[in-house]
Ligand binder design. Structure first.
Ligand code: AMP
Length: 625
């Protein structure tokens, strides 16, 4: 279908053509003919990003009389941001209609500016409810000639406590008006408003009711609650190009998480209610321009923010309300792009995931929290990709090339590459060298004590493994790699299987299999500088680091460092570790702080929000846990 087939005026067709709109989006295909050909009201279940502004804007512009200087259409929207955006869109659609004026009025801006704009006698006002009431009370806005009333993001307006204001405004407009209500969800309160104030309305749904956007993949990670932040970092590190919002429950948590991320060198900032309007505007602008990669926000503060091309939405905590989950996740997967909604939960929250799955009729996938090795590999190849695609400014570099060539002449291509890659990559490796497995052991998820469960465990290991204790630890420079080297050296046998390894400041604990226990104990019995004994009463593993152990040439996708799987075969240990002291720790700051220039030079795709086609959400439910 084309816009021309929808019988829109020439002035409108030419404007949208200039904007590059080729075909109507699904919600427009439904709403435009409805508004132009029928007389009833309309309730549309559609999220932002589905083209709803044009869905109400185009027919309204088509129907009002630009020669009459009265307010004929009123659009109510929850936030100042959205007001500005809708007004700008409407101005774009109507730029070829002579005499047509659109004015936006919203809180948080000097009312005098808006009073002056209202003097231009607009036919369309886009407003937040509170400010509009203020202007009505000042006698500056008269709604007696309103033919079209649009309630945009009606559910958000109710969430923000505008119910009474909306009702006041509705009562100020003529009963003969036509009302269009747009909402991403359909809680009871919205249905009540529709019933009370709208006449024989028809309901249209873009996509499936109750469903989040079709383009959104829902995944979750299960971890201990206190490790949420570490899990968040892993998720972010596994997605070097992430551009997303991290949703927190409270202002306090928002601040904490954002501060930690910034401290750890991530390109993040916070958006919450304690910030002034000016501060919020600055943060939002930076995020929109992609100068900030991760925005940590509360639901309320993020309401005003409309960004279409988020790669991820991260639920640092599950929201209490399924609708909030829908809203959050609907912020990604817009404009026909794929999006990922990630949730970090602890084991007792699985039932909540099940609830949301049922409500949204979507399947959520549990993913394993990536281990250090996986993250390093991902980051490495991201670096390689960047290097492959970097723009080389030949002219600038040319001057220095002869000197560089002479200086590096003696290095082979392989050596050169190794060195360049190491410049950046060493930091990743040293940070992730000693990181623990953050996945909950399966058995402890079921409430039993897992292999490395909440309380750790003592004595013989499940599956018959035996935990041994060595009297040297981090203090003496031992790490997993070095331990394997020591075992190789002392036993003179590279085929010893080693299970979980735990390095504490003073001691190193490791698991061996019963069939090799004697061999190991006998070999160490002859040692005087390291003493190995069976671990009795070893403390909980909970807070300690369990090393990720790289295996040269081995599989890189081993998830659990302490997994109940095969353990580590000594034969794979390429190095004899004893001589290689661990590198200095990366400290709290990993390798981040990647250049902003890199990010800003990415193809933005930014404002080019296109159809997400059948995405929508909405429901008659409102579920609280
Ligand atoms: P909205 O849901 O109104 O926020 O619109 C989402 C994005 O899609 C906006 O950037 C619009 O400019 C864009 N858009 C709306 N209608 C169309 C269309 N028919 N074709 C292409 N882009 C559109």
């Amino acid at each position: 279908m084309t816009f021309r087939e929808l019988n829109l005026k020439e002035e409108i067709l030419s404007a949208i053509e200039e904007l590059g709109y080729e075909n109507p989006m699904p919600v427009q295909e439904l709403s435009i003919p409805f508004m132009l050909e029928k007389t009833a009201d309309l309730v549309a279940l559609a999220q932002t990003g589905t083209g709803k502004t044009a869905a109400f804007g185009l027919p309204v512009l088509n129907l009002i009389n630009a020669q009459t200087k009265q307010v004929q259409a009123l659009v109510l929207s929850p936030t100042r941001e959205l007001c500005i955006q809708i007004a700008n869109d409407l101005k774009g659609y109507s730029k070829n209609i002579r005499g047509l004026k659109v004015v936006a009025v919203y809180g948080g801006e000097d009312i005098r500016v808006q009073l002056r704009q209202l003097d231009t006698a607009p036919q369309i006002i886009v407003a937040t409810p509170g400010r509009l009431i203020d202007l009505i009370e000042r006698g500056k806005v008269e709604l007696g000639a309103v033919d079209f009333l649009v309630l945009d993001e009606a559910d958000e307006m109710l969430n923000m406590g505008f119910k009474e204001d909306i009702e006041t405004i509705l009562e100020r407009t003529p009963e003969s008006r036509r009302t269009m209500l747009f909402s991403a969800t359909m809680p009871k309160e919205i249905a009540n408003i529709a019933k009370r104030y709208m006449k024989n309305y028809e309901e249209i749904t873009v996509g499936t009711k109750n469903a989040g956007s079709e383009n959104v993949e829902h995944i979750y990670y299960v971890s201990q609650a206190k490790q949420r932040y570490l899990v968040l970092k892993r998720i972010v590190d596994l997605n070097p190009d992430i551009y997303g919002i991290v949703f927190c429950r409270t202002r306090m948590e928002t601040k904490e998480v954002a501060d930690k991320l910034m401290h750890d060198g991530y390109n993040a900032d916070a958006l919450h209610g304690d910030l002034s309007q000016a501060q919020r505007d600055t943060v939002m602008q930076k995020f929109r321009n992609r100068n900030i990669q991760l925005l940590v926000a509360t639901d309320v503060a993020a309401r005003g923010l409309d960004v279409s091309d988020l790669t991820h939405v991260i639920n640092y905590n599950l929201p209490d309300d399924v609708e909030i989950y829908t809203h959050r996740s609907g912020r990604t997967g817009r404009a026909n792009k794929k999006g990922i909604a990630v949730t970090i939960i602890h084991s007792k929250e699985r039932f909540k995931i099940k609830d949301i799955e049922r409500m949204l009729r979507k399947t959520f996938t549990q993913e394993q929290i990536p281990n250090g090795l996986e993250v390093c590999k991902k980051q490495l190849f991201h670096l390689i990709d960047r290097m492959e695609n970097v723009e080389v400014s030949e002219e600038q570099i040319e001057t220095y090339m002869p000197q560089i060539m002479t200086q590096l002449e003696y290095l082979s291509k392989e050596e050169l590459l190794k060195r360049f890659v190491s410049l950046e990559f060493n930091r990743f490796l040293s940070y992730y060298k000693n990181t623990e497995d953050l996945n909950l052991p399966e058995r402890s998820e079921r409430g039993e004590r897992g292999e490395r469960g909440e309380r750790g465990e003592r004595g013989p290991k499940p599956g018959g493994r035996v935990r041994l204790k060595m009297n040297v630890g981090e203090r003496e420079g031992v790490d997993a790699k070095r331990l394997l080297g020591i075992i190789n050296d002392v036993t003179n046998d590279k085929s010893i299987n080693i299970g979980a390894i735990e390095v504490t400041n003073k001691f190193t604990f490791f698991d061996v299999f019963p069939d090799q226990l004697d061999q190991v104990m006998t070999a160490f019995a002859g040692q005087t500088d390291v003493i190995v004994s069976e671990a009795k009463g070893s403390k909980s593993f909970d807070d300690r680091k369990s090393d990720y152990r790289p295996r040269s040439g081995g599989s890189s996708d081993r998830r659990s460092s302490g997994g109940s799987g095969g353990g580590y075969r000594g034969g794979d240990r390429g190095d004899r570790g004893a001589s290689s002291r661990p590198a200095a720790s990366g400290g709290d700051k990993p390798w981040r702080n990647r250049e902003l220039s890199d990010r800003s030079s990415r193809p933005s795709g930014g404002s080019d929000r296109r159809s997400s086609g059948g995405s929508s959400s909405g429901s008659g439910y409102k579920k609280r846990y």
